[in-house]
Design a protein around this ligand. Structure first.
Ligand SMILES: [Zn+2]
Length: 130
């Protein structure tokens, strides 16, 4: 699904999605008090697509505001975003085609490097304290 398809589909949800110029390195933000998701308008369509899924998951969980990177709810949402956007069969085929060229793989999957890295961390993380 492309970013514009997502925007159209999300128009039926009881949450407002707007684009804005966000401060600093913020890509997106969910404001629970007003039920508004803001997406930085300067992002590429690929980044907007990933950010929208990420913020919609915060909305669904009722996570208020923009949390810091290391919080539990942030990790949960990043994990779910990666699982939602990446098809494991497609990834396996691309890994055969491109080896470790993660940029090309992310480009083919239409996801950001961060989403791809989050997904690979889930796949290859065998640590017991996951
Ligand atoms: Zn987040």
């Amino acid at each position: 699904m492309s970013y514009s398809d997502m925007r159209r589909a999300a128009a039926h949800l009881p949450v407002t999605i707007s684009s804005a110029i966000l401060p600093g390195s913020l890509w997106g933000c969910y404001d629970a008090a007003n039920d508004v998701i803001l997406i930085d308008r300067r992002l590429t369509y690929t980044a907007k697509r990933c950010t929208l899924v990420h913020e919609l998951l915060h909305w669904r969980h009722g996570d208020d505001g923009c949390s810091n990177d290391r919080s539990k709810r942030e990790r949960r949402v990043r994990r779910q975003t990666a699982l939602m956007l990446i098809n494991p069969v497609e990834l396996a085929l691309l890994e055969r085609m491109y080896d470790d060229d993660l940029w090309s793989i992310a480009d083919e999957l239409n996801v950001t490097m961060q989403v791809l890295e989050d997904y690979r961390a889930i796949l290859y993380d065998t640590s017991p304290n996951k």
